[in-house]
Design a protein around this ligand. Structure first.
Ligand code: F6R
Length: 246
């Protein structure tokens, strides 16, 4: 069962998430972090940058693996996840570029790239702490609703709901329709999982993932079988939870 903590607002969720990540770095300077993109983690990354600037955190030995990247979008594109991570975190802290990893959505053979990425995670020793957001349809990474869970890194066709959520960032002709994503296997193999969700548009996915059946149509529901998964929510994202089931 996942441990759930509800905060008044998004700022507190970010503060709490940053405390957990900071504590992991302080305990293990060469910690392996799994990182997410999207709107939700931006305030958490801001907090981590502040802790670095105040001299509290040293990222020089930290290793990161991101969840996903769009396919066929140049890494320099302002909407690529490579660009996102540089802008919102990496270029503001003392992490070594060689210690940061994202799947290559432009690899000539994307199936091989998935195998390479899983092996890189395994060779590094596996993820210590995986940060996750959640899609409105319950996706984690780009593990979209499906008939079964996919354990390996793989190319995912984005669902209409995800493409609609992403449309705020893209010109229509640039809009990617596929992404390469870490699979459920690497996510679930992380020693600890930290899912953050804020806002009313996540309330249904949060309810289904925490209080519905565990099923691949709501990919995040599998997190309940992880021994160390924590959900940090604001009031809005928690608003559909049935407290009698807590
Ligand atoms: C991004 C990712 C996605 C997002 C999810 C929520 O790396 O893996 O699963 O976490 O789509 O995105 P936001 O935070 O923009 O609502």
């Amino acid at each position: 069962m996942a441990y759930v903590r509800v905060f008044d607002n998004e700022t507190q969720v970010a503060g709490a998430a940053a405390v957990i990540i900071a504590s992991a770095i302080l305990h293990k300077p060469n910690v392996i972090l799994g990182l997410a993109t999207g709107s939700t983690p931006i305030p958490t990354y801001r907090e981590l940058i502040r802790l670095y600037q105040n001299g509290v955190l040293d990222f020089s030995r930290v290793i990161t693996f991101n969840l996903d990247e769009y396919c066929h979008l140049p890494a320099e594109h302002a909407c690529s996840y490579h660009y996102f991570m540089r802008k919102h975190l990496f270029e503001n802290i003392n992490i070594s570029a060689g210690n940061t990893h994202l799947p290559n959505g432009n690899a000539p053979d994307l199936a091989k790239e998935g195998i390479r990425y899983d092996m890189a995670i395994e060779t590094a020793g596996g993820i210590d702490l995986q940060l996750l957001g959640i899609g409105r349809n319950g996706h984690i990474g780009f593990n979209e609703p499906a008939e079964q869970f996919t354990y390996e890194s793989h190319v995912a066709d984005l669902t209409p709901s995800t493409m609609e959520a992403n449309s705020r960032f893209f010109e229509e002709e640039d809009m990617p329709f596929q992404a390469i994503s870490m699979g459920i296997g690497s996510i679930m193999s992380a020693k600890e999982i930290l899912l953050i969700a804020t806002g009313m548009d996540k309330a249904e996915a949060i309810r289904k993932s925490l209080q519905g059946d565990i099923r691949p149509q709501i990919q995040a529901s599998i997190l309940r079988t992880h021994p160390k998964a924590v959900y940090l929510l604001d009031q809005a994202a928690a608003s559909q939870l049935d407290c009698s089931k807590a």
